[in-house]
Design a protein around this ligand. Structure first.
Ligand SMILES: Cc1cc2nc3c(=O)[nH]c(=O)nc-3n(C[C@H](O)[C@H](O)[C@H](O)COP(=O)(O)O)c2cc1C
Length: 205
């Protein structure tokens, strides 16, 4: 069994139509530690030792957040800047994160067609998330394709929230049970609601 850490960042959870319900899903999965960073650190006073201990105690690290300015809400940057220290996360003696798994579980305002080389953003989502992938690489973690819901602003009226919550539940449970095809997921462009290709059946690997 793998230990999965979900670090959730949303500065206005009271207005969230997708991330807040997704976070509730994560909180209910056995084997998942679900942490709300804005709730724990409303003044950004991140406890570095505690966060590093959390990382060491888990095998899979998930950043769950809405996409804000092609990145994450501010506390996630603060968390990275303070917690991923030289000598802990990277550098000659910084080996604490080596071999762990990392992924972003995100929602976007824009529709999927905006995230293509021909679309509004002139790039695929995974390449826009390059700083997360490069950070994971530098820390010796294995980066998986992002789990994404596009067009989140319309998800509720289009009745897409439950399907996505169920897919998130499947994803987290498969990660806990070591039944996720990490090779395939590290090479893929995206993980979406259709996870069948990535979830391994039968014996845990
Ligand atoms: C400050 C801010 C920045 C945003 N930047 C982006 C962006 O870069 N790309 C995008 O597709 N949507 C962007 N959005 C839209 C959010 O991603 C969208 O509102 C969110 O995913 C909805 O999830 P929620 O219901 O959990 O809040 C932005 C929204 C805000 C408030």
């Amino acid at each position: 069994m793998a230990k999965v850490l979900v670090l959730f960042a949303h500065p206005r959870p009271d207005t969230s139509e997708v991330n807040q319900p997704l976070f509730q899903t994560a909180q209910a999965v056995e084997g998942v530690s679900a942490i709300d960073l804005y709730a724990e650190y409303p003044d950004f006073g991140i406890d570095i030792d505690r966060e590093q201990a959390r990382l060491v105690a888990h095998d899979v690290i998930v950043f769950q957040h809405p996409l804000y300015w092609y990145s994450a809400p501010a506390i996630m940057k603060e968390w990275q800047d303070l917690v991923l220290e030289h000598g802990f996360a990277y550098g000659l003696h910084g080996k604490a994160l080596q071999g762990k798994i990392f992924l972003n579980a995100i929602t976007t305002g824009a529709r999927p067609e905006a995230y293509s080389t021909e679309g509004m953003n002139h790039a695929e989502l995974r390449s826009l998330l390059g700083p997360f992938e490069k950070t994971a690489d530098l820390c010796g973690m294995r980066y998986l394709a992002p789990f994404v819901m596009f067009g989140a602003g319309r998800a509720r009226e289009e009745d897409r929230v439950t399907v996505h919550r169920n897919a998130y539940d499947d994803l987290l449970k498969a990660l806990v049970a070591d039944r996720f095809d990490l090779d395939k997921a590290s090479k893929a462009a995206l993980l979406t609601d259709v996870l069948d290709d990535f979830i391994l059946k039968g014996e845990a690997v």
